[in-house]
Design a protein around this ligand. Structure first.
Ligand SMILES: Nc1ncnc2c1ncn2[C@@H]1O[C@H](COP(=O)(O)OP(=O)(O)OP(=O)(O)O)[C@@H](O)[C@H]1O
Ligand SMILES: [Mg+2]
Length: 604
């Protein structure tokens, strides 16, 4: 299709603004163009994270020499055949990208239409630098070098090569996820860092680009609501991560970042996941063009829906449906015998009121226990030693263990003596003046932070050397981030080193964590580091690091503790400053005084 200049009235409707902010945004435009050109294979090559060089080669339709010249003019496009931005089916439509890039870099474009000769055209920061015949297979190759070299004010805002590379990788991943029919390769500094074959099915492509484990730990989503359809892959709640960067959202094949979508995902997983955990997922929304406006952001990464509430309903409904169907929610329902144990003395004293629909049964309604659809209460009996996953934190699992030989004098302990554990999350303790409930995870997080502060002040955190070093496989940028911080992490007791391109070798973990989950810890720390400013030392972010570490220590929520462990935690809390508040300012324990209990029962 040939390129034309857009009429004035359309130009004025196009969302104006900066198209190129960093190498990744230029790369995004180039790969989108290759996709729009009908390529079946797209090869990307980078030097210095794209700051030095970006090169994109495709086997798409190519351009004639005349079209190549037009392509570099502003508002000239072969797309938008009907002048209807609403009906656009290509990723591009503004005719802005190539001229924007060419105005701030050296751009060389080589292209060849099948059956014709190839042509090459170079632009140096907005000026024609040369053109002539070129030899290449049918398709297009565009090279961008020295981005922002002549615009120091912009160059200043670029981050390290590593960060820019990570952003480029993210761009390629998102577009590759959107188009499993196309093959993609990414090469950085001469090394192949991503390669996916054309013609994969969507779940395989998503797993290849996120986490190979996702395949076994996800459910397929396919849900229709009105004229919109939701498809994709949703990770199981237990297969979660510490940041939401592993959520990929697409609207009509376009990767987008949208708060509405992110909020809807959070709502769908709300009672399945702890608040600071996020699922891995890739969701594809397809809906008629007039239902969504893609022309609201200069980089086309945001969209506006005509019916936002309907889209939210589509996502929440679709995810819930998929997770329910797979039976993973019901898997947590208690057995009838466990229920019997809990509600003894039998016969079940609530059965009558429940069957007769007596309002007294509302205690057992689904509204009260959001994880159950039937009227079956989600109790686990005293015999069931809770399933230690994040979901159990939301189910009233309970457990009682007789505290062997309780210390004779509970009065001497402000937080009392541990009597048991609820929901594998809360410690119930008896103090002289009342009942104490402790959030074990929040408390432990605080203790880890305080211990770490003290240890760092005294020269370093004690390590526990692993019997066998553990290899943790991670994405390359994640390994880069950990490697860059290895010295600082070692001071905090975590010893690791690079182990090939996509793994780290962990030799020691902070002793104060106890036997924790090394893989989870390292994966989450890598995520966490991505959110930190590279210029900040980890000590300045100690509360975050400690919180992440504590998440994988031995006292996390969902872990069954022995009475001795519980008492040890209480005793440490009593002697640790600030232990009444977790690192996020929430209380770590609450007390119900004897007088309050009496009031609850109307005795006072
Ligand atoms: N890799 C390519 N293969 C074939 N044609 C291309 C390629 N890249 C660009 N073109 C042509 O150049 C034109 C201009 O590209 P450019 O990216 O500047 O604008 P666009 O894709 O039309 O719109 P947008 O600014 O929204 O990306 C395109 O419309 C297309 O016809
Ligand atoms: Mg384009």
């Amino acid at each position: 299709m040939s390129i034309r200049r857009l009429p004035e009235h359309l130009v004025n409707r196009i969302a104006a603004g900066e198209v190129v902010e960093r190498p990744a945004s230029a790369l995004k435009e180039l790969v989108e163009n290759a996709i729009d050109a009908g390529a079946s294979r797209i090869a990307v090559s980078l030097a210095a994270g794209g700051i030095g060089r970006i090169e994109v080669t495709d086997d798409g339709c190519g351009m004639s020499p005349a079209d190549m010249a037009l392509a570099l003019e502003r508002h000239a496009t072969s797309k938008l055949p009907d002048d209807l931005i609403e009906a656009v089916s290509t990723l591009g439509f503004r005719g802005e990208a190539l001229p924007s890039i060419a105005s701030v870099a050296r751009l060389t474009m080589e292209s060849r239409v099948r059956g014709a000769d190839g042509w090459s055209l170079s632009i140096d920061n907005g000026r024609l630098a040369g053109e002539g015949p070129a030899a290449l297979p049918p398709g297009t190759r565009i090279r961008v070098e020295g981005l922002f070299e002549r615009v120091p004010a912009r160059r200043k805002f670029l981050r390290s090569d590593r960060s820019e590379y990570a952003a480029c990788l993210d761009v390629v991943k998102r577009l590759a996820m959107a188009r499993p029919d196309i093959g993609f390769t990414l090469e950085s500094e001469g090394r192949r860092t991503l390669s996916v074959q054309p013609g994969e099915d969507r779940p395989a492509r998503v797993a290849a680009l996120t986490d190979r484990g996702l395949h076994e730990n996800s459910v397929a989503v396919d849900y229709v609501r009105g004229s919109a359809r939701l498809g994709g892959v949703a990770g199981l709640p237990t297969f979660n991560r510490g940041i939401s960067d592993h959520q990929f959202l697409f609207v009509n094949g376009r990767p987008v970042k949208d708060r509405l979508l992110i909020g809807a995902v959070r709502a769908a997983y709300q009672d399945l996941l702890a608040r600071d955990r996020h699922p891995i997922l890739a969701l594809f929304i397809d809906l008629p063009g007039e239902e969504v406006d893609v022309n609201v952001h200069p980089a086309k990464t945001e969209v506006r829906f005509r019916d936002p509430a309907g889209i939210r309903g589509l996502i929440v409904g679709g995810l819930r449906h998929a997770l329910d169907e797979a039976g993973h929610r019901s898997a947590q329902r208690p057995s009838a015998s466990a229920l019997g144990n809990w509600t003894s003395p039998s016969p079940d004293p609530f059965r009558h009121s429940r069957e007769s629909g007596n309002p007294a049964s509302s205690f057992f309604t689904p509204a009260f226990f959001p994880n159950t659809e039937s009227g079956t209460p989600a109790f686990a009996g005293v015999t069931e030693h809770g399933v230690a996953d994040t979901r159990s934190a939301f189910l009233p699992h309970a457990r009682a263990e007789t505290a062997e030989a309780p210390p004779p004098n509970a009065a001497s302990f402000p937080l009392g003596v541990a009597r048991g554990q609820v929901a594998a999350t809360y410690i119930v303790a008896e103090a002289e003046d009342g009942l104490v409930l402790v959030d074990q995870h929040a408390a432990h997080e605080r203790l880890v932070l305080e211990r770490m502060r003290r240890a760092l002040a005294n020269g370093g955190v004690a390590r526990q050397v692993l019997l066998l070093p553990e290899v943790v496989e991670l994405e390359e940028p994640a390994c880069d981030r950990l490697e860059a911080r290895a010295e600082e992490l070692a001071e905090m007791g975590l010893e690791l080193e690079r182990f090939g391109a996509r793994a780290v070798l962990v030799r020691a973990t902070p002793a104060l964590l106890g036997a924790g989950d090394v893989r989870g810890l390292v994966t989450d720390l890598a995520d966490e580091l991505a959110a930190f400013d590279e210029a900040l030392s980890l000590k300045e972010k100690l509360d975050h690091v400690a919180a992440t570490m504590a998440c994988h220590g031995s006292v996390r929520a969902g872990r069954i503790l022995s009475v001795a462990e519980m008492n040890a935690l209480l005793r440490e809390m009593e002697v640790t400053p600030h232990s009444g508040q977790c690192n996020h300012g929430r209380p770590t324990w609450v007390k119900l005084a004897h007088g309050d209990i009496e009031k609850l029962f109307g005795r006072k």
